[in-house]
Design a protein around this ligand. Structure first.
Ligand SMILES: [Zn+2]
Length: 425
């Protein structure tokens, strides 16, 4: 055998080996979210967990073909604001009555529901349940290892809040007399030094994003819904520390002053942003800060089940949020999708796409971008959020065309993550 034909034979062997792990997905349409157009028909080549070709002239030989018919291929959805450990039934964590192992197993079901709804990545915004917060990091590892069917999880660990603030564990459970006084190791701080300690604790235990509570909140028992809680210095201390670790900071913020303070401190995203004003909008645009508006929950929460003080705050803040977020979106603030699940039930996360169109005035394309390519950008990665060669094969097929009817995102018929199929017609 001459040298050339031996090389040729080797090339065929190599090609054969690759083909064995190559899948071609075919569908009537796909959305190129970056270019903002529908391509029809669509074929996507997937090799070893990655997209390796989009509409190639010839299909790779020996590849297995999956024809998804009259569907639209879109990038796997990304939800930037979930609380995977929260119990959907109570909307909060059972801090004292549930073993951590139980919480992890229960939460793995919630994670699976989100994956089956097409959400191949979620950002967990932490919570307020002592040792259990870091279970989101464990779930993230379990997901990456393939132990559970779950989205990729980018976890915050403990959210960082002030003593007595929104997110202080004891402001959710309303313990009359403090049994323990949680400190930075549970995300509760009272100085810039504490703030650094809390950030370092989360980072040490595997957090890939830091969540701060800049202002008061709705689902806790303090009087205000929007008052600034963390000081400017405390917020800056967290952002500086996180930045040194290459990690971004997300700020829960409802009130005008707290929103401004958080943007100035350098956070990557404002969560909720209910009372954002003109100055906040201007500053977010200037700095490229993302807004994660969490709008769908207004239609999914059972308000009658809330304690009176929480109900009063929700009635006050939700209409304001709808009007102000719309102003911000129309002014061109960058938007990323977030649901605050389980406030929107796990598995119904895609309702946020329609909420952003109907309430905030986004176009269906802008809404789809908020839950794909924009969310990837806010995560700080280019490895997902698009159907393009070199990206993770995180691919979803929906019935209908989401650029014509955004509610097509709620009709998921096929889910692939890293080339593995979790749901098919
Ligand atoms: Zn939240």
């Amino acid at each position: 055998m001459c040298k050339f034909s031996r090389l040729l034979a080797l090339a065929f062997v190599a090609l054969g080996a690759v083909s064995a792990q190559t899948t071609v997905l075919r569908a009537q349409r796909m959305v190129d979210v970056k270019a903002g157009r529908v391509i029809s028909p669509a074929s996507i080549v997937v090799t070893n967990g990655y997209i390796t070709g989009v509409n190639p002239a010839t299909a790779p030989a020996g590849a297995s073909v999956i024809d998804l018919g009259d569907t639209t291929l879109v990038p796997g959805f990304i939800d930037m604001h979930v609380h995977v450990l929260a119990d959907a039934a109570s909307l909060r964590a059972d801090i004292f009555g549930e073993e951590p192992a139980e919480a992890a197993l229960r939460s793995s079901i919630s994670a699976r529901k989100m994956l089956m709804a097409g959400f191949t990545s979620v950002r967990d915004m932490g919570q307020n349940h002592y040792t259990k917060d870091l279970l989101a990091v464990a779930l993230s590892k379990a997901s990456d290892a393939g132990w559970i069917d779950a989205p990729r999880i980018v976890a915050a660990g403990h959210l960082i809040t002030i003593s007595g603030g929104h997110g202080d564990p004891e402001m959710f459970t309303r313990i009359a007399t403090s049994l323990v006084d949680p400190g930075p190791e549970y995300g509760v701080i009272n100085s810039p030094d504490d703030a650094v300690k809390a950030a370092r604790f989360n980072l040490k235990h595997g957090a890939k994003v830091i969540k701060i509570v800049a202002t008061a909140g709705v689902l806790s028992t303090e009087d205000s819904v929007g008052a600034q809680q963390m000081s400017d210095a405390e917020m800056k201390a967290v952002v500086e520390e996180a930045t040194r670790h290459g990690v971004k900071v997300a700020a829960h913020a409802h009130g005008t002053e707290g929103i401004l303070a958080a943007i100035k401190a350098g956070v990557a995203s404002i969560e909720h942003g209910s009372m954002i004003d003109e100055a906040g909008i201007r500053l977010m645009k200037e700095r490229g800060t993302y807004l994660v508006p969490t709008l769908a929950l207004g239609a999914t929460i059972d308000f009658n089940s809330l304690p009176p003080i929480v109900r009063r705050k929700a009635d006050y803040v939700l209409p304001l949020a709808r009007a102000n977020v719309r102003k911000a979106a129309l002014a061109g603030v960058r938007i990323a999708l977030g649901t605050d699940a389980p406030l929107v039930p796990f598995g119904e996360n895609a309702k946020e796409f329609a909420a952003m169109v109907e309430i905030a005035g986004l176009t269906p394309l802008e809404s789809l971008r908020a839950g794909t390519v924009n969310a990837a950008d806010l995560l700080g990665t280019t490895d997902r959020g698009e159907l393009a060669a070199g990206k993770f094969a995180d691919i979803v097929a929906v019935a209908g065309n989401p650029l014509e009817d955004i509610r097509a995102t709620e009709k998921v018929v096929f889910v692939m993550k890293s080339g593995k199929i979790y749901r098919r017609p």
